[in-house]
Design a protein around this ligand. Structure first.
Ligand SMILES: Nc1nc2c(ncn2[C@@H]2O[C@H](COP(=O)(O)OP(=O)(O)OP(=O)(O)O)[C@@H](O)[C@H]2O)c(=O)[nH]1
Ligand SMILES: [Mg+2]
Length: 443
């Protein structure tokens, strides 16, 4: 899911990843591209406008985090605003009922996945130690009743059904009585869909709703239908007051327009997502997880989180000042190496950085760690004076350092050269952000 959008966003951010500093123009340009990518992904234009405005305001409004590079900061903001768009703070928990059973009504258009999803939901509940009852209240097609009975047998979840001539509202009422009788914790009512939102269906749903007073009215929508799904949600909500959305067929949705627009436009929270025909292809909806899937940057966000935790802000500030005074030496470098090591395996960290995977994939597994150890050994073999003032390290000192660290003179030369370049860059004002600069030493 979201392949197309993820790929585009990935490209936009990896381009930014090479910049030392982002200007307002850089941000404007990046956001223009993000806007296009979202529109091409069929995201509602109002949602896109709102989203990009919020990100821009925050990005230009300088929320500076010293331990992150400018591009990472922008990714952080984009991620947080994506989460907000998808439904911040709204859990996927269903309302519980006391006394049980909780009454859940499944509504939606024909073929959206109501029956399948009712069964998936029942299975999830069963796994959570609850006791659901499925009710086949879709009497428009005899096959619909059979479909639910078959699913129930397969999952070992009881199904209540009646002669299809019985009115849907009556089947629902009898189903509820049965749920009470068997002490079910939840009763899930499968209703009939129509090809389009029409008066007959809405009237029927209103009737069932009036009789049941459900705790939840869950609207099942097909994510692959994009903005149509969003319109359907608005129409249903206006008429039957939907309490939650379930997006199905996310597995077939490469664009993600419905997922990204529906909550913002309809105001109804997404509670679950379906991602396959199998009964276990179903999960509670977590906005943060989906946002990171959309950003599609492996775990760049985990990296940001780790960096936030690991690199002490104050230390980072001290470092910044040192760099500004061009006093950055190999002692500081060693400190940074240690900070990086604390964050975890370097190959794993590198993968989390946009664009980095391209470089690191060239190196065999474990090569970066080996390289990191080598660099550390070389620095450790130096005297404190040498670390503070690398320019005194001449030929004989290089030889001594190489043998002291178990490396070759060539390695020492390479490290000193790269360190010299890094210092120059820092003097030029390209502020040293880690671990990006360090990564340069392993290329
Ligand atoms: N790939 C995929 N297919 C799904 C998903 N959810 C449902 N389907 C398929 O969608 C088709 C329709 O599902 P149903 O559950 O019968 O839909 P419905 O809303 O009950 O349809 P009606 O009863 O006719 O109104 C079936 O072939 C399901 O297997 C999903 O998350 N992913
Ligand atoms: Mg059905």
């Amino acid at each position: 899911m979201f392949e197309v959008l993820s790929e585009k966003l990935g490209k936009i951010f990896s381009r930014l990843g090479n910049r030392g500093k982002l200007t307002e123009k850089d941000i404007d340009e990046a956001m223009r591209e993000v806007r296009l990518a979202l529109l091409e992904a069929d995201v509602n234009f109002k949602v896109v406008k709102d989203f990009t405005t919020r990100v821009k305001e925050r990005a230009i409004g300088k929320e500076v985090m010293e331990s992150l590079s400018p591009a990472q900061q922008l990714i952080k903001i984009v991620n947080e605003e994506l989460i907000k768009t998808l439904g911040d703070g709204q859990g996927s928990r269903l309302v519980s009922a006391s006394p049980p059973p909780a009454i859940i009504m499944m509504v939606g258009l024909q073929g959206s996945g109501k029956t399948t999803t009712a069964a998936k939901l029942a299975l999830l509940m069963k796994h959570n130690g609850q006791k659901p009852l499925l009710v086949a209240a879709d009497n428009r097609r005899p096959a619909a009743i059979e479909q639910l009975i078959t699913l129930g047998k397969q999952l070992e979840v009881p199904v209540f059904s009646e002669d299809p001539k019985t009115a849907s509202k009556d089947i629902s009422a009898h189903g509820l009585a049965e749920a009470r009788r068997i002490a079910a914790t939840h009763v899930i009512i499968d209703t009939a869909g129509r090809l389009h939102v029409d008066e007959e269906m809405m009237a029927e749903l209103e009737q069932v709703k009036k009789i049941l007073s459900p705790h939840e009215v869950l609207l099942v929508v097909d994510a692959m239908t994009g903005q149509d799904a969003v319109r359907v949600a608005e129409e249903f909500h206006a008429r039957v007051n939907v309490t939650g959305l379930i997006l199905t067929k996310m597995d077939g949705d490469a664009r993600g327009g419905a997922a990204l627009s529906i909550r913002w436009v309809s105001g109804v929270p997404i509670k679950f997502i379906g991602s396959g025909e199998k009964v276990d292809a179903f999960e509670p909806f977590y906005p943060d997880r989906l946002a990171s899937r959309i950003l599609g940057m492996g775990d760049v966000l985990t990296f940001i989180e780790k960096a936030e935790k690991t690199i002490d802000e104050k230390k980072a500030l001290e470092l910044q000042q040192k760099i500004r005074k061009s006093g950055f030496d190999l002692e500081d470098f060693l400190e940074q190496l240690k900070a990086i090591k604390k964050m975890g395996p370097i190959a794993q960290l590198a993968e989390m950085l946009p664009g980095m995977s391209k470089i690191t994939s060239k190196l065999p597994d474990g090569a970066q760690e080996a390289q990191l150890k080598k660099v550390e050994a070389i620095v450790l073999a130096m005297t404190p004076q040498e670390r503070q003032n690398p320019s005194i390290i001449g030929g004989s000192r290089r030889k001594r350092i190489a043998s002291g660290s178990g490396t070759k003179i060539h390695d020492v030369n390479q490290l000193l050269n790269q360190f010299g370049q890094m210092q120059k860059l820092m003097k030029m004002g390209m502020r040293g952000k880690l671990p990006k600069n360090l990564m340069g030493m392993f290329q």
